[in-house]
Design a protein around this ligand. Structure first.
Ligand code: 0X9
Ligand code: ZN
Length: 304
């Protein structure tokens, strides 16, 4: 049975997404942007009041299979939208004027594998040529300095970049969707854990993004909104200097493809529990993160 304050398995998340779309027809719709390597559907929710020429924000969760609080956030985000629309003026304004595309679990095969076999699995579950090792790191698989730094060309490694950019069917589906909707998508937000950081381009080099000053200011405001709720400390800045150099990430790819407001969240915690964040922390983590995402969304609405 689905709960926003528990970790839900993929079947439960898929049933939830069908349900929340069915129960909120004027606000939420579900489509499929592709299928995973093992043949599972990649469902995408579109959240917003229908209107013409709306700007959109793309949010994904569950790139890395073991980062369970990430899909929990995507579910929480949609719940907050449907419960707050018409009740909270900020949310109502955001949903009247923006569409949010929410991909609750990007790496569905990996997520299922963390439930069935290995809680610490990170990568996809695709078979690699000339290796018995399975999977590619989906966040090393995008065409942004691909496999030049902070990524491995060895299939057995956790940061394997894959045979080529978008070799993974899940990366390709995501990239194709964003390419097809580039005229409306003004922001890209990808949710990971853990480290309590808000990152923006670049991570494939130390070069400053052309929009560095604005992105830094947005990140600063978003982090201060987040911290205001429970005092959770976040650092922010370009990925390369704030966490580490790592090429092939979806954030850098989205930015270089033309999505100016491109951010990676690393949610709680800083290592005490790490990927196995207790369920008791789902609610506070999601509530504080929501404030940061809404801060970014307001900036996009007013500036993009
Ligand atoms: O290494 C990653 O992919 C992310 N950290 S995690 O611990 N969740 O694996 C950070 C991604 C930052 N962005 C890029 N490297 N492009
Ligand atoms: Zn991650």
């Amino acid at each position: 049975v689905h709960s926003y304050e528990k970790y839900n398995d993929l079947d439960t998340i898929n049933a939830w997404s069908a349900n929340i779309a069915a129960q909120n027809p004027g606000l939420v719709s579900r489509s499929q942007i592709g299928s995973s390597y093992e043949g599972r559907p990649l469902y995408l929710l579109k959240v917003g009041k229908s209107g013409s020429n709306k700007k959109a924000i793309f949010i994904d969760c569950g790139f890395h299979a073991r980062e369970w609080v990430s899909p929990a956030f995507c579910q929480w985000f949609v719940k907050d939208a449907v419960e707050s629309y018409g009740v909270n003026s900020q949310v109502t304004n955001l949903l009247n004027n923006l569409d949010f595309y929410v991909l609750p679990v990007m790496n569905v095969d990996g997520y299922v594998y963390t439930w069935s076999s290995n809680r610490m699995w990170r990568k996809t579950r695709s078979v690699n040529k000339n290796s018995s090792c399975i999977g590619t790191d989906p966040n090393r698989n995008f065409n942004a300095g691909w496999c030049t730094v902070g990524a491995s060309s060895r299939a057995c490694d956790d940061t394997y970049c894959g045979a080529s950019p978008e070799s993974e069917i899940e990366s390709k589906a995501l990239a194709n969707f964003i390419r097809s909707n580039l005229s409306s998508i003004k922001a890209y937000v990808t949710i990971h854990s853990y480290s309590q950081m808000l990152l923006f381009p670049y991570s494939y080099s130390y070069s400053l993004a052309k929009d560095h000053t604005e992105l830094n200011n947005v990140a600063k405001g978003a982090v201060s909104a987040l911290t205001a709720l429970y005092g959770t400390k976040y650092t922010y800045g370009p990925g390369g200097t704030t966490i580490y150099l790592a090429a092939g990430g979806s954030d850098d790819w989205a930015y270089d493809t033309g999505v100016k407001y491109s951010f990676t969240f690393e949610l709680r915690d800083t290592g005490r529990y790490g990927f196995t964040l207790p369920e008791s922390q789902i609610k506070p983590t999601c509530e504080e993160t929501l404030l940061a995402v809404k801060y970014i969304a307001n900036h996009v609405l007013n500036n993009a």
